[in-house]
Write a protein that binds this ligand. Structure first.
Ligand code: NAI
Length: 340
C-alpha cells in the first residue's frame, strides 16, 4: 500500500487547509475526491488541487471505488453519521473535532468504530501534534513538574475572524463556545493529566457583539473544573481577541510550572518603531497550527500504513464532548455539574 487514497468532505475554513495538505504536503497520501455543498469550493478543488472526482453528496463520495480513507471536515453535527457510514464502507476515518454534538449519537458512533478495529480512526485535536504542546507533554510525563496542581488554558479567536464565525454558526449549529472552542482546552487538560474531569462550573458574557446573542452564542465563556485527583483547571474561550489568535496553556506543578505560548508570537521578530517594542502576533488558526495540521495528517497516513491506532481515541472524543456539554449545561442552568 504505497499511496493512501483519500476523499475529503467539507472544503470550508478548515477543509481547504486539510485538502491542500493532503494534496501537497503529506507524503504517502493522494487526494482523489472531494465533496462540498458549494460549487465555488468544488471549483477550488478541481482547479487548484487537480481533483478529478467531485461530489456534492457524501453518499456518492464514499461510494467511490477509489478510496482507502476519508477526511471529514463538515459541520460538527454531521460527524457521527458520516463516521458511521464511512466505517461501514470499510474506510479509514480522520474526523475533525468535535466527534459530534449529541451524546447518544456519539456513543452509537464509538460502538461502530470499536466494531471495526482494523480501520484507523483519528480525531482532529491538533494541539496534540503541535511541537510546543508535545514538548510540554514530554516534560510532564518525565515528572519534571512534579504532581500537577493547576492547569489554565485559553483559546481566544481573533476579532478579525468573527465575520467568518457568524457565517459558520448561521450555516449550522457550532454546539456553542464550549463544544466548538473549549473542547481543545478540555482535550489538553485530559491529555496532560491523564485524569478525568468530575465537576464543572461555567459562566459567560456577551458585550461587544450583540449579534452573538441572536445566534445563541457566547463572546466569552469560562469554566472552572475539578479533576478526579483534585487537580484544578480553569479555561477561557473567547471570540474577541483584538491582538490576534491567542492559544495559551499554563501548568503549575509541585516542582515547577510551565507556560505554552503565553505570548502568541508570530515568529522571532521584534519591531522597534513609533509604537514602542512590538512583537508581531499570530493572527488565526491556519497560521498558528500550520505545522500541526500537517503533522496530524501525516500521523493518520502512517497509522494506516503501519496498522496501528493513533494516541487520540474515539473514547477521548466522547469524554471531551461529555465535559464540554457539562460546561454548556452549567452555563445555561447556573449550576455546578457533576460528571462521574
Ligand atoms: P465551514 O462552515 O467553513 O465549512 C463546512 C463545509 O462543509 C463546507 O464546505 C460545506 O459545503 C460542507 N458541508 C456542509 N454540510 C455538509 C453535509 N451535510 N455534507 C457534506 N458537506 C457539507 O466549517 P469549518 O470552519 O471548516 O469547520 C468544519 C469542521 O472543522 C467543524 O467540525 C469545526 O469544528 C472543525 N474545525 C476545527 C478546527 C481545528 O483547529 N481543529 C478549526 C476550524 C474548524
Amino acid at each position: 500500500m504505497n499511496q493512501i487514497r483519500v476523499g475529503i468532505v467539507g472544503l470550508g475554513r478548515l477543509g481547504k487547509i486539510h485538502a491542500t495538505n493532503l494534496a501537497q504536503n503529506v507524503p504517502g497520501a493522494v487526494l482523489v475526491a472531494a465533496c462540498s455543498f458549494s460549487d465555488e469550493e468544488l471549483a477550488f478543488a478541481a482547479t487548484e488541487l487537480g481533483i478529478e472526482e467531485i461530489y456534492n453528496s457524501y453518499e456518492d463520495l464514499i461510494a467511490s471505488p477509489n478510496l482507502d480513507a476519508v477526511c471529514i471536515v463538515s459541520p460538527s453535527g454531521y460527524h457521527p453519521e458520516q463516521i458511521r457510514q464511512a466505517m461501514e464502507k470499510g474506510l479509514h476515518v480522520f474526523c475533525e473535532k468535535p466527534i459530534g454534538l449529541d451524546l447518544e449519537e456519539i456513543k452509537r458512533t464509538v460502538q461502530v468504530i470499536h466494531d471495526h478495529p482494523e480501520q484507523i480512526f483519528q480525531l482532529g485535536f491538533n494541539r496534540r501534534y503541535d511541537e510546543s504542546y508535545l514538548y510540554a507533554k514530554n516534560l510532564i510525563d518525565n515528572g519534571e513538574l512534579g504532581d500537577l496542581m493547576v492547569i489554565r488554558s485559553y483559546g481566544l479567536d481573533p476579532i478579525s475572524g468573527l465575520k467568518s464565525f457568524v457565517k459558520f454558526a448561521k450555516a449550522s449549529n457550532s454546539g456553542g463556545i464550549f463544544l466548538d472552542m473549549s473542547i481543545h482546552d478540555i482535550d489538553v487538560i485530559r491529555w496532560f493529566t491523564n485524569k478525568e474531569v468530575v465537576r464543572v462550573w461555567a459562566i459567560g458574557k456577551n458585550s461587544a457583539y450583540p449579534e452573538l446573542d441572536q445566534l445563541n452564542e457566547l463572546e466569552t465563556g469560562s469554566a472552572m473544573m475539578q479533576l478526579e485527583d483534585k487537580t484544578m483547571a480553569i479555561l477561557v474561550a473567547g471570540r474577541n481577541a483584538v491582538h490576534g489568535y491567542h492559544v495559551e496553556t499554563e501548568i503549575i506543578g509541585t516542582k515547577g510550572m510551565l507556560r505554552v505560548a503565553s505570548v502568541p508570537e508570530k515568529n522571532l521578530v521584534t519591531v522597534f518603531n513609533e509604537n514602542g517594542v512590538v512583537r508581531p502576533t499570530s493572527q488565526n488558526f491556519p497560521e498558528r497550527f500550520r505545522e500541526a495540521y500537517i503533522s496530524e495528517l501525516k500521523e493518520f497516513i502512517d497509522c494506516i500504513k503501519e496498522k496501528r491506532q493513533p494516541g487520540i481515541s474515539a473514547y477521548d472524543g466522547l469524554q471531551n464532548t461529555v465535559v464540554a456539554l457539562a460546561c454548556q449545561k452549567s452555563f445555561e442552568t447556573n449550576q455546578i455539574i457533576e460528571i462521574l
